[in-house]
Design a protein around this ligand. Structure first.
Ligand code: ZN
Length: 451
């Protein structure tokens, strides 16, 4: 661990949405090492990485354990796996977004060859009341292309009250290590639902089933097809359909349904998912993310969604980790598209009620999510999209519906956190669609996976 320095990531969003030369317009990151005397040295400015020089066509999976409480967090490596084909773009090895509660880097010598931001359910738990009372642990998984030579891995956690990323774990991984476990952990079939071509230049969205028995595989297919049709009926996914492949992992559970502890319902399922996460009725998640990794161990993917065979309303989505929702509630489609927004594009909730996450976003820190702001660094968000002449902040009144502005209320907070639009799918299930700011963020993520 490097204790003498902190590493500060500055996500400088060069907003080039209007530029025809560079329509992809994704954020760029400069990483700075901040020294004790306050001076900073730029470490990384975006050198290209040649995929074939550093990686095989396979995927490296790192299983580790996060442990701690509200104030402390530690990480322990557990297992390494060599898995299915890497589905990501060979040109998308360095994360340009800087999203997530964590950041992960892999080096060959001094050269950064891979990076990725992500979030975890464990980090969310650390903000709950329970984390002030007890320390807990949870499994987490990371994926990256399988290296050809020894790599050095550094894991960063984002410090809540500063927004900075600090290194808190590092280790070497030797691809020749004979303890790296090869192959899939199951024999679930992976079947295509939409094939638009080479997975290296498509977003490979992969569904799986949770709480579907072997006899219920036809239902899983129907549910996945229905979600897929809904997905491509909404912008920006509708216009970008050609950029996607869609697959289904036919994951089988012993029993039908999922755990609903508040009703005394317990089921033996492949991911051991359950409602009542953090004692919230509708929050359906999987505490042990390694079970998700295991289900997907034979499937190449860029983004995944777990369909839970249940009628109850609920779901959850965690950036670059997983998203899930139930199959048979009347709002299941809406939950799916919302939760996938979290996991795929790093979108924040734009709603602002409830008490579990009171003051979730500190007022002195610009949130990393692209669709909310504390106005600490609004220029890095959607300031360029705010319509001229609109009052700032924009009153929460219907006459401002349909305009990109700066509406107070978002990120679970009624005050001090702002959203871009009167209504959006990241706020309600009744909004006509994603707001223009969320759509831009989704488009940028698609661009990253297909370039
Ligand atoms: Zn939005």
């Amino acid at each position: 661990m490097k204790k003498t320095c902190i590493v500060l990531w500055i996500a400088a969003l060069f907003l080039v949405a209007c530029s025809e030369q560079k329509p992809s317009g994704i954020a760029t990151i400069e990483r700075q090492q901040v020294h004790g005397d306050g001076t900073a040295t730029s470490l990384y400015s975006g050198d290209a990485v040649d995929y074939d020089t550093y990686f095989t066509s396979e995927r490296l999976r790192l299983d580790f354990v996060l442990a701690g409480d509200k104030d402390h967090q530690q990480v322990y490596l557990s297992e390494l796996h060599r898995e299915a084909k890497w589905a990501g773009s060979p040109n998308g090895l360095i994360d340009p977004f800087g999203y997530g509660q964590y950041f992960f880097e892999a080096f060959v010598g001094e050269k950064l060859v891979y990076s990725k931001g992500f979030s975890t359910l464990f980090e969310e738990w650390r903000t709950t009341e329970q984390a002030t009372q007890v320390a807990m642990a949870a499994n987490q998984t990371l994926w990256m292309p399988f290296p050809k030579e020894k790599i050095h891995i550094v894991l960063y956690q984002r410090i809540r009250n500063t927004g900075m990323l600090e290194p808190f774990f590092d280790c070497d991984v030797d691809p020749a290590d004979r303890h790296i476990i090869p192959g899939a952990e199951n024999d679930f079939a992976v079947v295509p639902l939409l094939n638009n071509g080479d997975m290296a230049h498509k977003v490979d969205l992969v569904f799986s089933g949770e709480g579907y028995t072997a006899e219920q595989m036809p239902k899983l297919h129907q549910d996945a097809e229905r979600f897929m049709d809904y997905f491509f009926s909404m912008e920006p996914y509708c216009s970008r359909k050609d950029d996607f492949n869609v697959w289904l992992v036919e994951s089988v559970s012993e029993e039908s349904g999922v755990d609903i502890p508040q009703s005394g319902q317990w089921r033996r399922t492949v991911c051991n998912s359950g409602f009542d996460t953090f004692y919230e009725d509708r929050y359906l998640t999987i505490m042990d993310q390694r079970k998700v990794a295991s289900v997907y161990s034979g499937a190449p993917f860029d983004a995944l969604f777990i369909i839970a065979n249940e009628t109850k309303y609920g779901g959850g989505g965690i950036y670059c980790s997983y998203a899930m929702g139930t199959s048979d509630h009347q709002l299941s489609n809406e939950v799916f598209i919302h939760e996938f927004g979290h996991s795929f594009a790093g979108l924040a909730d734009e709603y602002y009620y409830g008490s579990t996450y009171l003051d979730y976003y500190p007022s002195n820190v610009e949130p990393w999510e692209p669709n909310i702001t504390t106005r600490v660094d609004f220029a890095s968000k959607w300031e360029d999209m705010v319509e001229e002449g609109l009052p700032i902040p924009t009153p929460n009144e219907e006459e401002y519906m349909g305009h990109v502005g700066l509406f107070e209320g978002g990120g679970y907070m009624t005050k001090g956190c702002y959203r871009p639009y009167y209504d959006c799918r990241m706020q309600t299930n009744t909004a006509p669609g994603f707001c223009p700011v969320c759509q831009r963020a989704i488009n940028r993520m698609i661009d990253f996976y297909v370039k």
